[in-house]
Design a protein around this ligand. Structure first.
Ligand code: TYM
Length: 329
């Protein structure tokens, strides 16, 4: 297993947690799991150096607070393992220009920034992601739906390399849970919750004051109907709330539908708000505890980088050899 998350300003949002990080925590028990904070990916858009450093620490603290256990998984920062950039270059040379141009996240992001401001790094962002995954010979990649196309590219490039140079890379599969593959904006349930697209009221930041979180849940957009039923097409707002409550509480959606029969949206929203507050309150405390202890954080990351490098270096050496690079004596 391998997955990654960007060190964004402020905090992770509910989509990051339900769509990905929650699965990471569960999978560390049963799999040899590598999880990283992708600072090399973060610089595909301009970053303030001091903020990037702080956000990287904050991301690690949140991952630990969410339940990642460095005894059970390998937790590291991408730039601590130089093989990512090295294999990234190799993969760039295997990727077609047109193939990279078809990546929808690039198209969306570059359209927003304008062709002159979007960097070549943003263009090859998915190719670096390919290298991330292939370095660890990952079988599965736990992510949200928005990453599916990047995993498809990873499969294509792994197969292309293996076909050209002999079996080298494991061809990975996406691990996307249907229920939580896409968590939607609370104010506009037609779009996914995201830092860049959501309005502040539609976005649940995990480190916000729990009172603000509860308020956002209570003002979530629903519909003019009154029935609490899961129907992603006709009732996207209510369905999103049911998904959130079901995942946080562990009750299947069908049970929730039964529980709220004859009750109004207010009752559902109150319970979602309560479940959220129950989750974020200890999460905030734990995150702060890790931030207050930078020595522990650094030693976790040093061990993580060492474990990751051992695997990544072996894959890179094999790749270089297969491609015909002269060994450095
Ligand atoms: P990032 O940092 O944008 O998001 C981290 C994870 O959160 C998921 N996610 C969501 N899931 C459900 N609903 C949402 N509204 C939602 N918003 C975000 C994302 O799908 C992701 O799993 N390119 C990646 C980082 C990356 C990576 C990798 C992932 C770099 N290298 C290698 C896997 C393997 C990204 O920007 O994720």
């Amino acid at each position: 297993m391998l997955s990654g998350i960007q060190p964004t300003a402020g905090s992770f949002h509910l989509g990051n947690y339900l769509g990905a990080v929650r699965q990471w925590v569960a999978l560390q028990e049963s799999h040899d799991a590598f999880y990283m904070v992708v600072d090399l990916h973060a610089i595909t858009v301009p970053q303030d150096p001091a903020e990037l450093r702080a956000n990287t620490r904050l991301a690690v603290a949140q991952l630990l607070a969410a339940g990642l256990d460095p005894e059970r998984c390998t937790l590291f920062v991408q730039s601590h393992v130089p093989e990512h950039a090295q294999l990234g270059w190799v993969m760039n040379c295997l990727t077609g220009f047109g193939e990279a141009s078809r990546m929808t996240q690039f198209k969306d992001k570059s359209a927003k920034q304008g062709a002159d401001r979007a960097t070549v790094g943003l263009f090859t962002y998915p190719v670096l992601q390919v290298a991330d995954i292939l370095l660890y010979q990952a079988n599965q990649v736990p992510v949200g739906e928005d990453q599916r196309q990047h995993i498809e590219l990873t499969r294509d490039l792994a197969e292309r390399f293996n076909g050209r140079y002999g079996q080298t890379f494991t061809v990975p599969a996406p691990y996307i849970l249907k229920e939580t593959a896409k968590i939607f904006d609370l104010q506009d349930p037609a779009v996914k919750m995201s830092k860049s697209a959501s309005t502040p009221k539609g976005l649940i930041n995990l480190l916000d004051d729990p009172k603000i979180t509860a308020k956002k849940v209570k003002s979530a957009v629903t519909d003019t109907d009154t029935v609490i039923r899961f129907d992603a097409e006709k009732k996207p707002g209510v369905s999103n709330l049911l998904t959130i409550l079901s995942t946080l509480s562990g009750s299947p959606v069908e049970d929730l539908e039964r529980r709220y029969e004859g009750k109004g949206y207010g009752a559902l929203k109150t319970d979602v708000a309560e479940a959220m507050v129950e989750f974020v309150t200890p999460f905030r405390t734990r995150t702060q505890e890790y931030l207050d202890d930078p020595e522990t954080l650094d030693s976790i990351l040093a061990k993580g980088a060492e474990k990751a490098r051992a695997v990544a270096a072996e894959t890179l050496a094999q790749t270089y050899d297969r491609m015909g690079f002269l060994p450095a004596k």
